[in-house]
Design a protein around this ligand. Structure first.
Ligand code: FE2
Length: 439
């Protein structure tokens, strides 16, 4: 039966965040694409080992002649028209080329599945743990639920039942409690786990997600989905899979992805600027000690005053030297997604008594202690951590002082802190020596 567009797909995509167009690719194009990709498993496994799940991009992997059917796919008239109607005339399959187009493949050896995930979050957590990578948080909050801003494409050349999706989840920023529970139950499988047990554990994990649906696709179907909705891939070695993986972006998505990839690789400008040190602002303090994670009751305002002399297994921690969190004391690197209070402390020598502003950048809630006395409490989490977010003004006498910051790790959403001194305005009659870290 010839492919015929149905208006209801526009509605489905905007409500559910995904839609499957049946049988868009004609059999002749499926045949050409299958022939062109016959070496894809061999190539992917040479490059990524027996469990390799994708070959991407196809550019550079195949000859010009082999890439010809991909061009036919990009310009397939009914597909171009369907994208125009579901998204807009400004959206183009593959952005008009094969630069990002990849092939999703079955593993050679063992069943496995990815964790449930959204491709982008304000801060990533769980099994895809990493720092916040969105290049512009304000912009991200504006556009993340826009059905026209982000999309991805799966187009199978053989029957493919690997993708699972939670309808409507792209319209929410946070996971529901039951969803978060499933996210945390990702099966831990080791090499000794028999394949049947792996297969069953992965399937149970997929099915454990409330309202999850499995995208059942035949050769030549075309799935358009919003990648900020909850989704995963579940893979079996005995089911041949060659699925074109692509996107159909508008120019704004192309621009966003380019900035996002730079931020992920630590190449882009940070999402905020750090004022350079000057005569009134010290450099950021980068050497500290960190306690073991302590249990919390309530918010960080209840965190007990502790000192470096207390038996909390203090260990040295250095701020990140590169990447988007440059100069941040990355507590998450130590505590992971655990919930509790991490204390970060140091001793400082003050040569001349005076009034100082203590500038603390933090994402999780924080409480600051100077010589065991609370001088600042800001319990609200704000991601990402930015330098100089909170301020405590204190008088420090000449001699040694202990500064300890309690950070609420907030189940892995509190990542870390920045700290520096500023000469308080009333002490600016003269150039002032900054306190010096002494351990
Ligand atoms: Fe994904």
């Amino acid at each position: 039966m010839a492919f015929e567009f149905r208006d209801e797909w526009i509605h489905s995509y905007r409500v559910d965040g995904y839609v499957i167009l049946p049988q868009v690719l004609p059999p002749a194009l499926i045949r050409d694409l299958r022939r062109a990709t016959v070496r894809s498993h061999e190539l992917a496994r040479q490059q990524g080992g027996p469990q390799a799940q994708r070959l991407q991009p196809v550019v550079g992997q195949f000859s010009e002649a082999e890439l010809k059917p991909f061009q036919d796919y990009l310009t397939l008239a009914p597909l171009v028209e369907a994208i125009r109607r579901i998204l807009s005339p400004r959206h183009t399959l593959g952005n008009g080329n094969c630069d990002r187009l990849g092939l999703l493949l079955e593993p050679a050896a063992h069943p496995w599945c990815t964790p449930w995930h959204r491709d982008m979050r304000e801060t990533t957590a769980g099994a895809y743990s990493g720092r916040t990578t969105v290049p512009d948080l304000e912009e991200f909050r504006r556009v993340r639920h826009d059905p026209l801003m982000f999309n991805q494409v799966n187009c199978p050349l053989y029957e493919d039942n690997c993708t699972w999706y939670v309808p409507g989840s792209y319209l929410r920023s946070d996971d529901l409690p039951a969803e978060a529970g499933t996210l945390a139950s990702y099966p831990r499988l080791d090499d000794a786990t028999p394949d049947e047990q792996r297969e069953a554990a992965c399937l149970a994990y997929c099915r454990g997600m409330p309202r999850a649906v499995r995208a059942s696709m035949n050769a030549g179907d075309f799935m358009l989905y919003h990648p900020l909705g909850l989704h995963l891939g579940n893979y079996l070695p005995d089911r041949r899979r060659v699925t074109l993986h692509d996107y159909a972006p508008c120019p704004e998505q192309v621009d966003w992805i380019s900035r996002w990839e730079k931020a992920r690789n630590g190449q882009g400008p940070p999402a905020f600027s750090i004022e350079p040190p000057d005569m009134w602002h010290s450099p950021l303090v980068t050497s500290w000690r960190i306690s073991r994670l302590m249990p919390k009751s309530g918010d960080v305002g209840s965190a007990a005053a502790v000192g470096l002399g207390d038996a909390l297994d203090w260990t040295p921690i250095e701020a990140d030297k590169t990447g988007p969190g440059q100069s941040m004391v990355n507590v998450h690197r130590v505590t992971g997604d655990a919930d509790g209070i991490a204390y970060v402390g140091g001793r400082f020598r003050v040569d001349r008594p005076g009034v100082w502003d203590l500038l603390v950048g933090h994402d999780g809630g924080c409480r600051l202690f100077v010589d065991g006395k609370s001088v600042l409490c800001e319990p609200v989490r704000k991601n990402p951590a930015r330098p100089d977010r909170s301020l405590a003004t204190v008088r420090l006498e000449a001699g040694e002082h202990e500064i300890v910051c309690a950070l609420d790790t907030d189940k892995g959403n509190g990542w870390g802190l920045y700290f520096r001194f500023r000469v308080h305005p009333e002490s600016r009659a003269d150039r002032w020596p900054f306190p010096v870290a002494v351990g």
